[in-house]
Design a protein around this ligand. Structure first.
Ligand SMILES: [Zn+2]
Length: 130
């Protein structure tokens, strides 16, 4: 069993932090956009089609925001696992996940084999295909 080196862990922590900042900014911007939206301005949304589109767009933004917030939770958990020293272990088989996989997806909790098996059973994880 090959464990991650100190340098590799630090690279991953760096990536997690960058992603975290990016996501936090996006969630904040999305919240600000919602707050600034002139929802009470009657004349502008008199047109029902426009109103429908507005609602549709708000729905998409909402889904994206939820996804971002879920990823932030995953990032938090990854930080926690690094602190506890259990980072990089597959939660199913206990093997160390390859650094290449973790570098590409620092919040991964399963090795490639188990992730594929999991997705086959539960359907593709949409979060990572977007
Ligand atoms: Zn595994």
């Amino acid at each position: 069993m090959v464990e991650l080196s100190e340098t590799q862990l630090r690279t991953i922590e760096q990536r997690l932090s960058e992603r975290e900042t990016e996501l936090r900014n996006r969630v904040r911007e999305a919240k600000e956009a919602v707050a600034e939206r002139p929802s009470a301005q009657g004349p502008q949304v008199e047109d029902l089609a426009a109103e429908g589109e507005q609602r549709f767009r708000t729905g998409i933004e909402h889904v994206e925001m939820v996804r971002d917030q879920e990823e932030l939770v995953d990032i938090d958990k990854a930080h926690e696992r690094i602190r506890l020293g259990s980072y990089g272990e597959c939660i199913d088989c206990g093997q160390v996940i390859t650094f290449e996989r973790l570098a590409a997806q620092p919040t991964a909790t399963r090795c490639l084999v188990d992730q594929e098996a999991y997705e086959k059973k539960h359907g593709t994880n949409l979060r990572y295909t977007a």
